[in-house]
Design a protein around this ligand. Structure first.
Ligand SMILES: [Zn+2]
Length: 68
């Protein structure tokens, strides 16, 4: 089971690593914010990333996605 994080500006939004995905340890994956809108929040398996996205969805997440 891979831990799927949400990627923004090249980093996971939970900041579990301060490095880019290619240097992450095995077992971690990522999804783009606009893919979360298509695939659903269930596709995020990192609890911290999911919590952050749930909070962002209540606010300006859509605006941020459109400006990427
Ligand atoms: Zn995460």
């Amino acid at each position: 089971m891979i831990v799927v994080h949400v990627l923004q500006n090249g980093l996971a939004i939970c900041l579990f690593s301060d490095d880019i995905p290619v240097n992450w340890p095995a077992g971690h994956g990522w999804i783009n914010p606009h893919d979360v809108e298509k695939m659903g929040i269930e596709s995020i398996t990192c609890p911290e990333c999911r919590r952050l996205v749930e909070r962002l969805l209540e606010g300006k997440w859509k605006i941020r996605v459109e400006t990427i």
